[in-house]
Design a protein around this ligand. Structure first.
Ligand code: HEC
Ligand code: HEC
Ligand code: HEC
Ligand code: HEC
Length: 190
């Protein structure tokens, strides 16, 4: 029997079209979560997705690297300052972000926004995906889980690893219920 975690890892590598790759293929720039906050922070606009993210562990992933807990852990790996070391930053920030202090932010999962920021509100989902938005809607839960595993796999550098159970972990950061009632109503009419 191969251990379960190994099986999960193997599956992760087989299915993984990585969030980051989705974002990178067109070389779009990452813009930072504040751009999303403009419309995703209130039900008067797109909804309260920003609030949900802000309260999640992902929003403080970079701040974590400034703590004594992080520094002690880093020392064991011969790393002086985890907040400046690429190996820790790789999982604790959004790749290519101008604002790494925002930690694991929207564009880690939704794709670098340079291409879709200004058009996705009006032009719909398909056009947004063409412009670089990650096509999460057509991914199965296992495929989304595989992309989470990029960072949530057991890693020699992650001394705090917890076994990743997709349903449980997704429930903690699920922000689909934060979409504004007006937008949900508009979608139903379509
Ligand atoms: C100018 C306002 C505005 C900004 C800025 C904005 N959004 Fe949106 N976004 C919207 C609106 C409105 C919708 C809902 C569109 C609809 O379904 O009618 C939406 C929908 C979405 C969706 C769901 C797509 C779908 O069709 O299911 C995602 C994902 C998304 N936005 C991500 C982001 C990210 C990430 C950022 C920041 C990089 C961002 N948005 C910035 C207004 C905005
Ligand atoms: C770019 C790396 C990265 C990706 C991709 C990622 N995460 Fe995370 N996640 C982290 C880091 C780092 C933390 C720890 C943050 C902290 O506490 O400082 C974390 C923490 C969490 C936590 C809190 C865990 C706890 O112990 O309370 C949940 C829940 C979570 N992630 C769910 C997900 C889900 C679901 C996905 C995929 C949809 C995902 N993550 C994708 C890096 C990532
Ligand atoms: C760890 C990955 C991750 C992060 C970080 C993240 N999202 Fe999402 N988001 C997802 C996933 C996965 C879905 C569900 C896609 C689906 O099932 O259609 C989703 C769904 C959405 C939707 C669609 C909601 C609906 O109506 O169904 C919006 C809008 C959205 N996210 C905006 C944001 C914004 C804005 C941020 C940052 C403030 C953000 N997300 C951060 C992974 C993430
Ligand atoms: C492969 C991705 C990855 C790497 C590399 C990584 N981490 Fe993490 N780290 C995580 C995830 C994911 C969590 C959340 C716990 C979990 O679910 O595994 C976490 C949690 C933590 C926590 C605990 C946060 C809390 O308050 O519970 C600290 C501290 C931490 N990491 C520091 C570091 C340091 C220092 C480095 C570099 C030596 C590092 N991490 C490298 C993914 C990573």
């Amino acid at each position: 029997m191969i251990p379960r975690w190994l099986a999960v890892l193997v599956v992760a590598f087989l299915v993984a079209p990585v969030f980051a790759q989705d974002a990178e293929k067109k070389d779009h720039k990452v813009l930072g979560a504040k751009k999303c906050k403009i419309c995703h922070n209130t039900d008067k606009q797109a909804g309260t997705h920003f609030k949900a993210w802000e309260e999640s562990a992902h929003a403080k992933a970079f701040q974590t690297l400034l703590t004594d807990k992080a520094k002690e852990s880093a020392k064991k790996h011969g790393i002086e300052d985890p907040s400046k070391d690429e190996r820790c930053l790789a999982c604790h920030t959004t790749k290519g972000s101008p604002t790494p202090e925002e930690g694991v932010s929207c564009e880690t999962c939704h794709g670098a926004a340079e291409g879709y920021l200004n058009l996705h509100k009006k032009e719909g989902y398909e056009a947004s995906v063409k412009a670089g938005m990650a096509d999460l809607k057509s991914k199965k839960p296992e495929e989304i889980a595989a992309t989470c595993m990029e960072c949530h796999k057991a890693d020699p550098l992650n001394d705090f690893h917890k076994e990743f159970k997709y349903d449980e972990f997704w429930a903690k950061i699920d922000h689909t219920k934060n979409t504004s009632p007006a937008i949900l109503e508009k979608r139903e009419k379509k």
